[in-house]
Design a protein around this ligand. Structure first.
Ligand SMILES: [Zn+2]
Length: 101
């Protein structure tokens, strides 16, 4: 009877020790896993933030071609935007002809 109790107590104690050991061994693994997951989330976050939203398109005042706002050329004498220097020059010369005529 006492022997059985002793064996049960020993087994319980061994299980407790084993549980502590497993927790201690797994703690760094959990840390690493968390760090990896954080890095992955940061990477995907950086990827989505570096993937900029589509740029606003502006229509050329002369030909109507849509160009991204950063590539659009602003008129020299007016507030209009143009797709290319050719369109801007053509519009400028046309405006000066109209002003002269
Ligand atoms: Zn144009």
């Amino acid at each position: 009877m006492i022997r059985t109790l002793l064996i049960v107590a020993l087994v319980v104690w061994a299980l407790i020790l084993l549980g502590r050991w497993v927790a201690r061994v797994l703690a760094p693994v959990r840390e690493i896993r968390r760090a990896v997951q954080q890095a992955r989330e940061q990477a995907t976050g950086a990827a989505t933030s570096s993937h900029r939203p589509p740029e606003r398109l502006l229509a050329c005042a002369l030909c109507g071609t849509r160009v991204p706002a950063s590539r659009a050329l602003h008129g020299v004498t007016d507030e209009l935007v143009y797709c290319s220097e050719r369109c801007r020059d053509a519009a400028t010369s046309r405006a000066s002809i109209q002003a002269a005529g």
